[in-house]
Write a protein that binds this ligand. Structure first.
Ligand code: DQA
Length: 146
């Protein structure tokens, strides 16, 4: 089993940005955690981050060709307005799980909208870095069944 974890715009700055919402953990530390969890659960985990929307769309297209079993995405602010990424995610046939560190529904109104909602299996948000581990577990359950 192979899971791809996608991180979008500004998320390479975790550890340096807004600790009230994102804590002090870095993206490298999160990637190490999800890779270790993947080993425990018997799934390969690949992590990808970009600040460029077209690059994100192309990585999603490749995920389709590669036959990823599940795709997890924290698209950062793109979540709230990128129809390009939404349409790319809609091409995937595997479960797609949207995740966020912060509880986007308890923040500014623009963050309450996800343009991905209709094309994802579900959304996990508000658990800080644990949102990533919860999303890996949700992906394994979605693929292998509970
Ligand atoms: C975020 C929430 C988004 O609204 C925000 O733009 C981010 C991070 C989160 O992980 O909580 O960059 O996706």
């Amino acid at each position: 089993m192979k899971i791809l974890i996608l991180n979008g715009i500004n998320l390479n700055m975790f550890g340096k940005r807004d600790p009230k919402h994102y804590g002090t953990i870095t993206l490298d530390q999160i990637n190490a955690r999800v890779t270790a969890l993947g080993q425990e659960l018997g799934t390969a985990v690949e992590c990808f981050q970009t600040n460029h929307e077209g690059e994100m769309v192309e990585r999603i297209h490749r995920a389709h060709q590669e036959g990823m079993d599940a795709v997890l995405i924290n698209a950062g602010a793109w979540t709230h307005y990128s129809y390009g990424i939404r349409d790319a995610l809609a091409i995937l046939q595997c479960p797609v799980i949207e995740l966020h560190m912060s509880n986007v529904h308890a923040r500014e109104a623009f963050r309450h909208v996800s343009v991905f909602s209709e094309v994802v299996r579900g959304q996990i948000c508000g658990f800080g870095a644990d949102s990533y581990e919860l999303a890996v577990r949700a992906a394994v359950l979605a693929v292998k069944g509970s």
